[in-house]
Ligand binder design. Structure first.
Ligand code: EPZ
Length: 417
């Protein structure tokens, strides 16, 4: 478990890790390239390990050299067993990559954090439009493209991040042109397009709601630096905010942070952005974050909703949060209430009456970002916070304890219940 002795005003400098949600589709994309892929700024996370295990099962050789991951292309099979699929949600983007590379794929329904129903109907229906035949039975997905993958017009009913990525991977080496309308616009989509284009792909418009992919014969390998993790950046910012801290975060893409600025500004934090640096200086007591609604990018990200909740919990007044993306993303709020927060959940709405202080308590993390919320709260709370279920947090946060310790936090890990 993670044990925090709070409160401590955080101060100092830190460098942000590469983005988990960019790394995972990039590792799936490496399946398509007929050459070596070198990913720099690749975070060491349990989810990345799961993706590496999938690649190794498929026959690829993965070698880590510092923060770079090298993937050598020697494909042996095109099936992923259920235990590897269940390890994480984004294992599903291997579908598009495998069908593109082998013309077939056998895999299973993916696992992942339990933050909602998380169906894959959009992935399946849109891949079918490109000529991919998918048979579902007993949790298995048998996929093939007997006549090859053909470019097509696909209009997504919702701008799903994973479905957009799957389509881009399936279409990049297809015959003809694919147009994805209502595509997800998240920065991770642009990072994937950048990588594919470096490998010889022709993907246009990524980051906009219409993505056009001109199919090419094949992709070669390339070197690519993974974009900074915007949600981890927000996590360090929120930790600085609730502790009245003064923190400098380096290696940031400041344009990705803009959709998350409102709670920091509303709560009275002073933010300075220059180059790839962001500095947050927090007041002694936060104002309420007021009103936050999660939306697809460039709206306020659902992944940052739990992250800013401890700020709302400690704000001087009432805040309202509305979760529009996932149905079950407030489980952590009950744990924050054990620490003295006053959060009431009514469906997709959280009504938060700010309290003067939080107190340390034994709490449980049930998912990645909910777990991060408990860490943030623990840093501000009086006394000892013991967080179990820490394995969820390590899915997305590299060197969590070391990084917070560098900022002055009293944080450690221990065995036990
Ligand atoms: C990605 O998940 C991220 N994961 C999530 O981050 C993030 O919360 C989410 O995008 C939204 O930004 C990765 O990139 C690995 P979606 P993804 O498909 O691709 C519904 C984190 O904490 N939907 O955009 O799974 C779905 O149920 C994680 O780092 C369907 O109904 O998200 C959800 O309500 C958690 N059918 C909404 O769309 C489908 O076929 C958004 O899902 C697909 C999605």
């Amino acid at each position: 478990m993670i044990i925090i002795d709070g409160p401590v005003k955080l101060g100092g400098e830190i460098k942000v890790q590469g983005a988990k949600n960019s790394t995972l589709p990039l590792l799936a994309a490496a399946v398509i390239c007929k050459g070596e892929t070198v990913l720099h700024n690749c975070p060491a996370l349990s989810d990345v390990e799961t993706a590496v295990r999938i690649l190794e099962h498929l026959g690829y050789q993965c070698t880590r050299e510092g923060s770079s991951l090298i993937v050598n292309n020697e494909m042996k099979c095109c099936e992923i067993p259920p235990d590897l699929m269940k390890g994480m949600r984004s294992s599903i983007v291997f579908l598009g990559a495998l069908v593109s590379r082998c013309g077939e794929a056998n895999l299973h329904f993916p696992g992942g954090c339990e933050i909602g129903l998380r169906p894959i109907d959009i992935h399946i229906s849109s891949l079918k439009k490109l000529g991919v035949e998918i048979e579902e039975s007993g949790g298995c997905l048998r996929c093939s493209a007997p006549n090859g993958i053909r470019g097509s017009y696909v209009s997504l009913p919702f701008p799903s991040v994973g479905a957009t990525e799957n389509l881009m991977l399936a279409a990049v080496c297809s015959k003809g042109t694919t147009v994805i309308s209502n595509a997800a616009r998240e920065p991770e989509i642009s990072d994937l397009a950048l990588y594919l284009n470096r490998c010889g792909g022709r993907v246009y418009g990524a980051g906009e709601s219409c993505v056009i992919i001109d199919g090419v014969e094949e992709l070669h390998g390339c070197e690519h630096t993974i974009m900074p993790d915007r949600i981890v950046t927000a996590t360090y910012m929120a930790a600085a905010a609730v502790t009245g801290g003064d923190v400098v975060i380096r290696g940031v893409d400041n344009s990705h942070i803009l959709p998350m600025m409102s709670p920091f500004e509303e709560s009275g934090c002073c933010i300075r952005q220059y180059g790839d640096v962001i500095n947050i200086l927090a007041p002694e007591r936060l104002n309420p974050v007021k009103h936050i609604r999660t939306m697809p990018y460039p709206g306020f990200p659902t992944d940052a909703q739990p992250i800013v909740m401890p700020m709302a919990a400690l704000g001087k007044g009432t805040s309202i949060l509305v979760e529009n993306i996932f149905e079950n993303r407030y489980k952590y709020a009950e744990e924050l209430n054990h620490m003295g927060a006053n959060i009431r959940i009514e469906g997709k709405v959280a009504i938060v009456e700010g309290v003067e202080k939080l107190v340390g308590a034994p709490v449980t993390s049930w998912d990645l970002r909910g777990g991060a919320a408990l860490v943030i709260a623990g840093l501000a709370a009086e006394g000892e916070t013991r967080i179990s279920g820490e394995e969820y947090i390590y899915r997305g946060y590299e060197d969590l304890e070391q990084n917070f310790a560098m900022l002055g936090a009293k944080i450690r890990t221990a065995e036990g219940k």
